[in-house]
Design a protein around this ligand. Structure first.
Ligand SMILES: Nc1nc2c(ncn2[C@@H]2O[C@H](COP(=O)(O)OP(=O)(O)OP(=O)(O)O)[C@@H](O)[C@H]2O)c(=O)[nH]1
Length: 600
């Protein structure tokens, strides 16, 4: 198709404003997906996404639109996630596009991630098309929200289409707007090939498949391609697009968004953000890639069955192809054995990775409590980056510790400013600014320690504002804090995987809350187990898990052996996610206790 009839765009929005629903309607209206195959949120192809109702991965699909001017247009649509943890996916999608549809919920108005995603789109020089969604809702106020978009973002909304992605109202008008208002790709078909790798995944038959946006030149089977960052070369076996089914094509041209298969077996060779060129006529420069993402949150992942260490290693390498923001390196724990220290962009990301490893790679895992990266300045003048509390040097060797801070932008209705300020204060937040956004809302700006945000800030914010607040944060630097390592002892033994780094003034409360929570979570065993929290050898909290004398076989009168077997099986099932540490069996939940305890 003629390059001027191609439109590459993505849909951006705050979480739940209706991106995936709009994508569904667009696929329907363009007959991309047959009616009988249509299901809700069709681009959310992972089971996990459908169950949770959120988009985790970007998804690219090609469709043909017969426009009112009588011409056919080729659209490449990329659906993107809305949650702050997946901003990395969004920024990659944006770099593959020329335009973006900005979906704003006409009842909720502009939210924190609406702004964050618009800024990302502007950084990538994208043309932005504002669309007001959910106008079917009685609470929708499209005119008010349009004004909000104009005032807060500075986008002209005089021609913004008012739609209901749910019913399909006016979605046809959005398609026409895409044709008339978004630009076509600018590249040159005859120039040396430059294709941006924006995603990849591992296919057990074909090897690694790379998703690319071809910015210049072409890619076709038999071409010898070169990954410009790694220098690896492969012969292309097949190219194609997704519609959303995989379709094989003769070649990918400048302006196309599709996949390249080249029997790539070495995971290290394919990096998201790299540029593919053709070795016989190589481009002199790679395309500008993406900002390297640095994980914000770390935790240890260990196989429940130590024998599956190598499987976990392979699974992490494969998953990384599909999730460029995931980092991992081997580590050992006295309590848990061999595993990996993994870095994530946030807690939701961590949760999703763990669940994908379990589902897609059939692993049973123990995850340790999440931690941020601390800068530990030792008395010998050396600074160590510590992402695992148990690796913190002895207190006498530590001069001072710095922790990461983030700048939080919180949008909140006026009546909740008070409770929200209380919450920020409790979380060691430092007030920066308070601005009036419009008649109803304020924007609060705080500097906060990241470690306070990653635990339960989001849930607490939701409950103290009845779900009306939204927030976004970005890393703002390291600051010195009074921090100490808190150890947990079970049966008199320190369990390294349960150590945490806490703010000194919070230590007693946290220690108590942790001991109480562990008492709840660790099942009673044949003997009494003392649970203690300690700082530098000093016990600050203590409780006991009482002994239990439960005989599961007591209920089996007589000699019914099959029933006996069943009961034993059942007991074994229950133990699956348990890890024997010393003489105490600890369930997975206990390692995450810090996330769910109430220490206020
Ligand atoms: N009433 C109404 N509900 C809608 C409309 N569009 C979407 N929804 C609902 O809003 C919810 C969120 O829609 P999604 O399309 O999943 O939102 P999303 O922006 O893709 O969410 P993430 O991918 O998780 O960021 C779903 O329950 C939809 O059914 C609409 O036009 N009207």
């Amino acid at each position: 198709m003629d390059q001027k009839n191609i439109r590459n765009f993505c849909i951006i929005a705050h979480i739940d404003h209706g991106k995936s629903t709009l994508a569904d309607r667009i696929l329907e209206l363009t007959d991309t997906v047959e009616k009988r195959e249509m299901k809700d949120q069709i681009l959310d192809s992972m089971d996990l996404e459908r169950e949770r109702g959120i988009t985790i991965k970007l998804n690219a699909v090609q469709l043909v639109y017969h426009a009112k001017d009588g011409q056919d247009y080729l659209f490449h649509l990329i659906d993107t996630p809305g949650h702050v943890d997946f901003t990395y996916e969004v920024s990659r999608s944006l770099a593959a596009c020329d335009g973006a549809i900005l979906v704003v919920d006409a009842a909720q108005g502009v939210q924190a991630q609406t702004l964050a995603n618009v800024y990302l789109a502007l950084e990538n020089d994208l043309e932005i098309l504002p669309v007001l969604n959910k106008v079917d809702l009685p609470s929708a106020q499209p005119e008010v929200v349009k004004k909000e978009i104009e005032d807060l973002i500075g986008l002209d909304c005089s021609e913004a289409v008012e739609i209901s992605a749910k019913s399909g109202l006016n979605v046809d008008k959005v398609l026409e707007e895409i044709v008339h208002k978004l630009p076509s790709p600018k590249g040159d078909k005859d120039a040396p090939t430059q294709a941006l790798v924006f995603d990849s995944f591992y296919d057990s038959y074909r090897g690694i498949i790379a998703f690319v946006s071809v910015k210049n030149g072409t890619i076709k089977p038999k071409d010898k391609i070169r990954f410009m960052a790694t220098g690896a070369e492969y012969e292309v076996t097949e190219v194609g697009v997704r519609t959303p089914k995989e379709v094989v094509e003769d070649q990918l041209n400048c302006g196309d968004v599709g996949w390249v298969s080249a029997a790539i077996k070495n995971i290290e060779d394919v990096r998201v953000g790299d540029t593919i060129t053709v070795a016989s006529n190589p481009a002199s420069e790679p395309l500008s890639g993406y900002r390297e993402m640095h994980p914000m949150v770390y935790c240890g992942l260990y196989p429940v069955d130590n024998a599956r260490y190598d499987d976990l290693k392979e699974a992490l390498s494969k998953l990384k192809l599909n999730d460029a923001a995931l980092h991992f390196e081997p580590e050992t724990s006295q309590a848990l054995g061999f595993g990996f220290r993994c870095g994530f962009l946030g807690l939701l990301h961590m949760d999703v990775v763990e669940e994908r490893l379990e589902r897609e790679y059939n692993l049973s895992l123990i995850a340790t409590s999440p931690s941020v990266i601390y800068h530990v300045y030792k008395t010998d003048g050396i600074m160590e980056e510590i992402d695992n509390p148990s690796a913190l040097p002895e207190p006498q060797k530590v001069d001072h510790i710095e922790e990461p801070y983030v700048k939080c932008d919180i949008m909140v209705p006026k009546e909740y400013v008070g409770p929200m300020m209380d919450l920020c204060q409790k979380k060691r937040g430092e007030y920066v600014d308070l601005q009036v956004l419009d008649d109803v809302r304020m924007m609060m700006v705080y500097q906060m320690p990241l470690s306070e945000i990653i635990y339960d800030f989001f849930d607490k914010m939701k409950s103290c504002t009845k779900g009306y607040a939204s927030f976004d944060y970005e890393f703002s630097g390291y600051r010195t804090s009074s921090l100490v390592k808190m150890d947990i002892l079970l049966n008199g033994q320190i369990v390294d995987a349960l150590s945490t780094i806490v703010f000194r003034d919070f230590a007693y409360n946290r220690g108590n809350a942790m001991a109480v929570k562990l008492k709840d979570l660790i099942p009673k065993q044949q003997f009494e187990i003392p649970v203690q929290a300690a700082i530098g050898g000093k016990i600050i909290a203590r409780t006991n898990i009482k002994a239990l004398r439960k005989n599961v076989l007591a209920k089996c009168y007589g000699g019914d052996i099959s029933r006996k077997k069943k009961l034993l099986e059942k007991q074994k099932e229950g133990k699956k996610r348990m890890k024997m540490v010393g003489s105490v069996e600890i369930p997975q939940e206990a390692f995450m206790a810090v996330l769910s305890m109430d220490d206020d």
